[in-house]
Structures are given as C-alpha cells and as structure tokens.
Write a protein that binds this ligand. Structure first.
Ligand code: BES
Ligand code: MN
Ligand code: ZN
Length: 487
C-alpha cells in the first residue's frame, strides 16, 4: 500500500473515495471539508443527517457515488463519534474502519481529509496500515484478496507525521505477522532468523545465543522448558545504540516471551483452542516490532531487546513435574506444572538482561489465562517493583492508546510460591494466578526497576473489530515505542 499526502484542493482529490470525518449531534458542519462537501453536493450532508441514516456515531458511514463538484468517485462521511472525545486513538480507529469497509467494497484508492495536527495524521496512517493488515498469507486464492493500493492524507500534513505513522504502523504489522505464524512455520530457529533479518535491515545489532552458550551461562530454567522439543531454543538479543550516550547511563531492556508453540508440555493443555498457543510468542514479537520502529525513530537512550524462544512440547526428553532446575540467577526452581513455562524462560532472560547492564527492564508476555479472567480482552495487566518506571509505562500506554491496568504484587501472595524442595516453585493456587506469575518473575530481576505486562487477554482478537481483523492485535508495540521515545 502506497502512502501519500495530498496538499491540493479537496475537490480535485483523485481517489476511489474521499473520506470526510463527521461527528455526532451539534458538532459544526459549516466549516472545512464538511462544509465544502455539503455545498458542492447541494445539501447531501444535511440530508443524510436529517434522514436519520447517519448520525456521526463511531463506525457509521454514508456513501455518495459521483459526488457533484468532486473529482473523487465517491464521497464518504465517516462517523467519528462525539467531537469532544475525538482524539488520536479515535482517529486511528476511524481510519482502520474506513479502510476495512471500503476495501471490502473493492475501493483501492482512499483519501482521508485530515484537518487536525500531526498527531492525528500519524494516527490515521497507523490506523490505515493496521486496518489493511490481513491474516491471509496462507490463502492461495488471490482473487479473494482485496488489497488497497493507495491511502492518502488530504490536508496540511507534514511528511514527518506520515513517516512516523508508517514506521509505527508497519512495526505493529510486523509483530502481528510473526504472532500469527503457526507453530510449524515459525519454530524458535525461524523466529531467530526473522529477528536477525529484521535487525540487519533496520541497522540494529543482533546476537543469537544457542543452546551450548546458554548451557555455559547456566540458563537451566530456559533449557528445561526447551528440552522436550526437537526444535532447539535460542536467546535473541537485539541492540539499538544512540549516536550520543543517553541520559544518566540509562539502558532500557525489553524482554518478550517467545514460546513459538505452547502445548503445556507433560502438563498438557486441553485440545480445545490449543491452536491459539501459536501466538504464545506475541510478547517476543512485540519487542522485536518495537525495536524495528526504534531503529528508525532513534530514541535518546540505548535499548536492548531479549527474546528467549522455545517450543514447549511433551516428549521423551521433556521436563517432568517435580523436576528441579537451576536458574541463571542461581535460584533453584521446582517445576510443579510444565505449562507454567513462560515464567521459566523469562526468569533467565530477565537475569541476563541485568547481566547485560540494563538499568530498567520491561517484559511483555502472554503469561497467564488468569489475567484474561481478571481484565478480559480490554486492558493488559501491569505489574512493577518500581513506581517511577510504572508511571512512565502507564503514561506511554496512554500516549500510545493502549489500555493498561495496574495490578498488585503484595508479599502476601508470595506464600503460594514456597517450595518444600527448592528455592521456589513455579505455580501458585487457583487464586491470583496472574499475580503469583508476576511475583515469580520479580524474584529474578533483583533490585532493577522492572515492569511486567501480561498480555494474555489482549494479544489476540477472538472476533474481528471494524478496524482490525481477527487474530493478533500487536498490542504493546506502541507502548514500548513511546516509552523509549519519551524518555
Ligand atoms: N501461554 C499460557 C498463557 C495463556 C493462556 C496465554 C491463554 C494466552 C491465552 C501460559 O504459558 C500458561 O499456560 N499459563 C498457565 C499457568 C498455570 C499452569 C499456572 C495458565 O494460565 O493456565
Ligand atoms: Mn503454558
Ligand atoms: Zn505459555
């Protein structure tokens, strides 16, 4: 899809559809693009409103073919909801909705009138890219596919805004593409290869630790999870370094869970919906997507991404319940459930992030079903041992338009992780499962400021939204990008 800016007169915009945002109730319709649309079409806009067919509500659309006075083949009013609540996040959704609905009608060239500043313009570009994304890579009937050729912003918009929107939108789609890959198409070695290619293209350093290296280092927790699979594990490390040294020696670590398929291992999962576990590397994919964008957006601080990647399988060599492993941090772990594998690979990756000199660490993981029970598919859960870093992440989430909800880490829950035979065990009771998982991670980060995002409820859309297809959401990419950029 080509992205463009059209600075000229709206009436001359050459497109399959010229889209004008329109709002509810008393929002003025006698200025800008809406006014022009009404005048040239001798009152079509007012008529659409008074007919009751269109009220400007979010997601609504009204469509006029061959609009008088316009070069565009269609004039489209796109509902933006209440004008007072129309922010960049709403603009992102509007653009996505417009793209999905119009390309469904085989429109291949869309221009969106943008009358607000660069933040809205960048969000519109992002939304268009996100809406355009489909999970049809493995569909062979090309005639079923309806790609968009051109998405243009019509208005006084800067190239920089378009570029920023493109970078951030493409980064999210990169993440979604990875998260969507089936287990057979993307084992740990393939995820590592994709990370390496991405880093080379983006101009980032990439180092991939193999099994031997991890054994030398003492990553027993990660290796224990991997041993049931024929697919070897890797620890992917991708580095961004700014041209000038960053403020106060800060080094941000981004750690993402990279389980390419999670069967549960010997503590095997029920087969219903097990296929969704192909996205159990969504956190790792998010971290890599964020790095891809940061390479272009160049934050002031160095950022190091770590993605421990394994396949969690049952098998003759698989880890057993009752096994005790020794983690990189030196703590021993009693494995009571092999399906609580994310925390095991993250334990070693978090400890390694500290060894690499990260001063602040954020991890992203599809860690627990319990977070989906607690927060559903709306908010990701956020846990932290450090208030200032937590506040930075929450602010980044707000700026990026991704919903995050703070969760507790009280010591009282820690009881559940006491092991009779090792330093800690890897599961708690049925109660507070997302909290005990986060408390487990906390043991391995030490005193380093740390935030954990549990995205198990939000990384995958069970149903399509008007602005996003069913499947991987790419959640947390925008938050991570903002966090690094706004430091
Ligand atoms: N990958 C799962 C968590 C998950 C569940 C992600 C549903 C997305 C959707 C994780 O590895 C897991 O299996 N967690 C267990 C932990 C339990 C065994 C303590 C869970 O949540 O049931
Ligand atoms: Mn699991
Ligand atoms: Zn898992």
């Amino acid at each position: 899809m080509e992205l463009r800016i059209l600075n000229g007169a709206l009436r001359e915009v050459d497109a399959g559809a010229l889209v004008v945002p329109a709002f509810e109730k008393d929002a003025p319709r006698d200025t800008g693009a809406l006014k022009l649309a009404g005048e040239l079409t001798s009152g079509w806009v007012e008529e659409v409103y008074s007919s009751g067919e269109f009220a400007g509500k979010t997601g609504e659309m009204a469509l006029l073919h061959r609009p008088a006075g316009f070069a565009a083949r269609r004039l489209v009013l796109a509902g933006g909801g209440k004008l007072g609540k129309f922010d960049a996040a709403e603009m992102r959704k509007l653009a996505g909705t417009v793209v999905r609905s119009l390309k469904g009608r085989s429109v291949r060239n869309i221009a969106l009138a943008v009358e607000r500043g660069d933040e809205f313009a960048a969000a519109a570009v992002e939304g268009a890219l996100l809406g355009e994304f489909e999970t049809d890579r493995y569909k062979t009937d090309e005639s079923e596919k309806k790609p968009l050729d051109v998405f243009a912003l019509a208005g006084e918009v800067s190239e920089a805004a378009l570029e920023r929107g493109r970078i951030v939108g493409e980064a999210q789609n990169f993440t979604r593409e990875l998260a969507n890959e089936p287990g057979n198409r993307l084992p740990p070695s393939a995820l590592a290869a994709r990370a390496r290619d991405m880093a080379a293209e983006a101009g980032l350093e990439c180092e991939i630790l193999d099994q031997d290296r991890m054994r030398q280092l003492g990553m027993g927790a990660l290796l224990g999870v991997a041993q049931g699979s024929m697919e070897p594990p890797f620890l992917i490390v991708v580095r961004y370094r700014p041209d000038r040294p960053g403020p106060e020696g800060v080094q941000l670590g981004l750690v993402g869970k990279g389980v390419t398929f999670d069967t549960g291992g010997v503590s095997i999962k029920p087969s219903d919906k097990m296929e969704e576990m192909r996205a159990d590397m969504a956190g790792g994919a998010a971290v890599l997507g964020a790095m891809r964008a940061l390479a272009a957006l160049k934050p002031a601080i160095p950022v190091t991404a770590l993605v421990p990647t394994v396949e969690n399988m049952p098998g003759g060599r698989a880890q057993r319940p009752g096994d005790i492993v020794r983690s990189l941090a030196g703590k021993t772990i009693e494995i009571l459930n092999t399906d609580a594998e994310g925390r095991l690979i993250l334990a070693d990756a978090l400890a390694y992030a500290v060894q690499l000199g990260c001063t602040h660490v954020v991890d992203v993981a599809t860690l627990t079903g319990a977070i989906a029970v607690a927060l559903g598919n709306v908010n990701a859960g956020v846990f932290s041992n450090h208030e200032a870093l937590l506040n930075r992440v929450l602010a980044a989430g707000r700026a990026g338009g991704e919903k995050l909800w703070p969760m507790p880490l009280d010591e009282e829950y820690r009881e559940q992780l006491k092991s009779a035979f090792a330093d800690i065990q890897n599961i708690g009771t049925r109660y507070g499962g997302a909290v005990t998982a986060a408390l487990f991670l906390k043991e391995f980060i030490g005193e380093t400021p740390w935030v954990h995002l549990d995205i198990a409820g939000t990384d995958w859309l069970a149903e399509a939204k008007p602005f996003l297809t069913k499947g991987p959401s790419g959640v947390s990419v925008r938050t991570l990008i903002r966090l690094a950029l706004d430091w």
